[in-house]
Design a protein around this ligand. Structure first.
Ligand code: TXA
Ligand code: MG
Length: 358
């Protein structure tokens, strides 16, 4: 493994030119980048991640005008969304140009494109476009091994890849990801259908439909048994696997009202060591059980709070999961955040992390 850490944008752009991998920060999570016109470099990303070949990746571009090098059918809806939300944490699914590699699209006739806002990502994409010329693009899945928690800091990427053999990468360091969960993915590939959210993120369905002046189909908000079959069988969105984003330590969700029951019903063995994470302060207003779990069960050896604000919670979620995962607990208990739409992105990630253990 050759893993070089640095802050040299030009050097990182040269690595991309040479067909090598560059991990870089975006405002959502760190990405593992490669030249999107280089089949071998794309292959190397899949290998480093241990990712199945049929999971498509996102092409990152420096500016909205570069999308036409990758996609066709850039209609009024796409233009409106790019104008309002780019650069930013929104990925668009559009019909692909014929020459876009099947390695990128997972063999589908659509391509995912995104223009990230993080200054380091912007600088890298511009520097690479200078070297490559017109039509430059960088594929970048999240810079984690397949199925693991996404990285929001350079140290997370280092931990993730330092032991992976036969991989070399330049780890471009920059300010930690501010959004903290992956971009919202909206499918615009069918002009006859409403836009569809395939992965919830910071930008919500309601904001998209306000800008578009039309409904946006929030497929993720539907109960899983009423989703169209096509969606539940195809691995179009890797985050759509039931279990994903999971730590190694078993993770469970609980509601505040269930807490006393959980601890007694499970009659936990004494030797269990459990970390418990609340959504908002443990001690709450009247009418809400405010018991600190440590007071209920001696198995709860660590208690902490995440903010009861969806954006601040998302910012801290992956770093919290990674930190707790290193502490050798037998289980992590996370309090279920509110079911409100503003929590859709966070709830989606927590549900999938917990699904790995149910
Ligand atoms: O915030 C993000 O989007 C981050 C940063 C690094 O930009 N990237 C990211 O990449 O999350 P990744 O590979 O971990 O997730 C990309 C998602 C996958 O779930 C993939 O299935 C979906 O995008 N995707 C890519 N191309 C697609 C397509 N043509 N149709 C449907 N889904 C697609
Ligand atoms: Mg990912």
């Amino acid at each position: 493994m050759t893993l070089i850490r640095g802050q040299d944008i030009q050097e990182a752009a040269r690595w991309l030119m040479n067909g090598q991998l560059v991990a870089f920060p975006t405002e959502t999570v760190y990405g593992l980048g490669a030249n999107a016109r280089d089949e071998q470099a794309i292959e190397a990303v899949y290998r480093a991640k241990g990712r199945p070949g049929n999971h498509p990746v996102i092409v990152h571009v420096a500016a909205a005008q570069d999308v036409s090098a990758w996609a066709v059918g850039i209609d009024e809806r796409a233009r409106l969304l790019m104008e309002h939300f780019w650069p930013g944490p929104l990925t668009l699914i559009l019909p692909k140009r014929a020459e876009v590699s099947a390695r990128i699209t997972g063999g589908q006739d659509t391509v995912a494109v995104r223009c990230p806002a993080h200054p380091t990502a912007q600088a890298l994409l511009h520097a690479f476009a200078q070297l490559w010329g017109p039509g430059a693009g960088v594929i970048a899945p999240s810079a984690n091994r397949f199925g693991q928690v996404s990285p929001t800091q350079a140290d997370h990427v280092f931990d993730e890849f330092v032991d992976v053999p036969h991989t070399s990468m330049y780890l471009l360091e920059g300010e930690a990801a501010q959004v903290g969960i992956e971009s919202t993915i909206v499918d615009l590939s069918n002009a006859q259908q409403w836009p569809r959210i395939l992965r919830p993120g910071q930008i919500q369905a309601q904001e998209l439909s306000q800008v578009l002046g039309s409904p946006v189909y929030d497929f993720m908000a539907m109960p899983s048994d009423s989703r169209p079959l096509e969606q539940s069988t195809e691995p179009r969105v890797s985050g759509s696997l039931k279990a994903h984003y999971a730590p190694q330590t078993p993770l469970f969700l609980f509601s505040r009202h269930e807490l006393t029951q959980i601890t007694s019903v499970q009659s936990l063995p004494k030797e269990q060591r459990i970390a418990c994470v609340s959504c908002g302060p443990w001690q709450r207003a009247e009418g809400v059980p405010g018991a600190v779990p440590a007071a209920i069960s001696s198995s709860v050896v660590h208690v902490e709070e995440l903010p009861c604000d969806p954006q601040r919670y998302a910012q801290l979620l992956y770093a919290t999961l990674r930190r707790l995962d290193k502490q050798g607990y037998d289980a992590l208990w996370f309090e279920q955040p509110p079911a409100h739409a503003s929590w859709a992105g966070v709830n989606d990630r927590l549900r999938r992390a917990a699904a790995a253990f149910s």
